[in-house]
Design a protein around this ligand. Structure first.
Ligand code: KIV
Length: 274
């Protein structure tokens, strides 16, 4: 039996206390193995509905289901002991009413063991955020470029270029903060707007394409390490190109199999030692 104390996961109050102090390091994770690899380096792992594109080859997040998020959420929770795990609520699982949102968020939390859920939307979602947080479901908001609203927004371009758009995003961020969210993802918003929102709201902002003014940063892990190259947004910095060594390893394996070099004696059972 192990005598070491179980590792303590980063809590939501600890993340909130990082505002204005230590930048919050976040990445996405969709699988158990990836969660194990990332866990020690990050404060927060998001099981994002971007998995629809990255893992399932969908062309948007709209086809992602609650069951997909629960399956991947549970796998990530089981792979992490340090990071705070947040699971995205997929399109259609929370917009109908606060009650429906609670029923689905309760499934996500109880079936995955995650610490919080993320929902997209501004003022229109404020009532739902309050309903969830008052019932023990911590919520991470998400405003600015909201991928689930790609059709109403008309694409994935950066948001807040016009004064009117910027005022709406700022009002949305305030509404979600006032409603009780513990943090807000600001996606694809112009730097001055991200700076203003971060200075004005009392909860941490997590930026993705929203400048270093935010209290934390998040990226899709596969973008960071070169394992998803169908489209690389301007705000992504690639820290590695793991796709190339992966293809090379698979090519070497294929050549070994074709040449009968693999499996060798040491990979076989019942082969007499020479
Ligand atoms: O789905 C996702 O991965 C996200 C982020 C990258 C913020 O929402």
């Amino acid at each position: 039996m192990s005598t070491s104390a179980p590792a303590k996961a980063r809590s939501i109050p600890q993340l909130v206390a990082q505002k204005g102090e230590t930048p919050i390091v976040c990445l996405t994770a969709y699988t158990h193995n990836m969660a194990r690899l990332l866990d020690a380096q990050v404060d927060l792992l998001l099981v994002g509905d971007s998995l629809g594109m990255v893992l399932y080859g969908l062309d948007s997040t709209l086809g992602v289901t609650l069951d997909m998020m629960i399956a991947h959420g549970g796998a990530v929770v089981r792979g992490a002991s340090h990071a705070c795990i947040v699971v995205d609520m997929p399109f259609g699982s929370y917009q109908e009413s606060p009650e429906v949102a609670f029923r689905n968020a309760a499934r996500v939390m109880s079936e995955t063991g995650c610490a919080a859920v993320k929902i997209e939307g501004g003022a229109a979602m404020a009532e739902t955020v309050t309903y969830l947080t008052e019932r023990g479901v911590p919520v991470l908001g998400h405003v600015g470029l909201m991928p689930q609203a790609v059709h109403s927004l008309g694409g994935y371009r950066a948001r807040g270029r016009s004064d009117e758009e910027a005022r709406k995003i700022a009002a949305d961020a305030h509404a979600i903060a006032d409603a009780g969210a513990f943090g807000i993802v600001l996606e694809g918003v112009l730097e001055p707007l991200a700076r203003e929102i971060t200075a004005e709201i009392p909860i941490p902002t997590i930026g993705i394409g929203a400048s270093p003014a935010c209290d934390g940063q998040i990226l899709v892990t596969e973008d960071v390490v070169g394992l998803f190259s169908e489209f690389t947004p301007k705000f992504v910095k690639r820290y590695a190109e793991l796709g190339t060594p992966l293809s090379e390893a698979v090519r070497a394996y294929a050549e070994d199999v074709k040449a009968r070099r693999f499996p060798a004696d040491e990979h076989c059972f019942g082969v007499a030692k020479k």
